[in-house]
Design a protein around this ligand. Sequence first.
Ligand SMILES: Nc1ncnc2c1ncn2[C@@H]1O[C@H](COP(=O)(O)OP(=O)(O)OP(=O)(O)O)[C@@H](O)[C@H]1O
Ligand SMILES: [Mg+2]
Length: 184
Amino acid sequence: MTNIINFGNGSFMYDKHISKTFDNFTVNNKNKEAVEKCGDFLNKKDTNIYLWGKAGCGKTHLLCAVANEVRKEERILFYRMIDFLNMIRERVMADDHEIIRDLLDSEKPFFIDDFGTEKLTEFVFEKVYDFFDLVEVMERKKIMITSNYSISEMMDRVSDRIASRIVGNFEVVKIGGEDRRVEQ
Ligand SMILES: Nc1ncnc2c1ncn2[C@@H]1O[C@H](COP(=O)(O)OP(=O)(O)OP(=O)(O)O)[C@@H](O)[C@H]1O
Ligand SMILES: [Mg+2]
């Protein structure tokens, strides 16, 4: 069975996440800038990062590397996007409508992997919009999100209002490189 580390509120990391660190991440010309920005995120702690790039180029690995560093010192929240949405769905069904605000209010470093690929139902749109709008109005920092979508793709395929809030409140960082899964 796969082990998980549970952070509460439906937030957890799998073994596979825990094993991804900066030590086993190979830096090259195409990902160097992203690695540097992640270093800034670790040092400054007053920024948000939206890390995007193609499949297999190392987004989840870098997200985990940062999360694994941060959780040595602080309690964190780490979600795959699909788990995040499922958790919200369960809370809303239990009549808890403030869950997103409460999680953001906790000030814990917040990590979300793979934003934007979920099916955009009305519920998903509403909650994702709520999340990014609250990030803006609460001036929330210490959030790192990964996505396959550039901002312009996000604008076209998801929502220009969400894309606009990402640009306004996150440092948008591109990671390049080939698909490592194919190369392996
Ligand atoms: N620079 C790197 N050094 C070492 N391993 C890497 C590097 N980049 C990616 N990998 C490995 O390649 C595999 C795929 O990387 P990862 O899961 O981070 O891709 P991804 O960008 O999140 O892809 P997707 O968009 O499909 O989610 C993982 O096993 C990861 O550890
Ligand atoms: Mg990934």
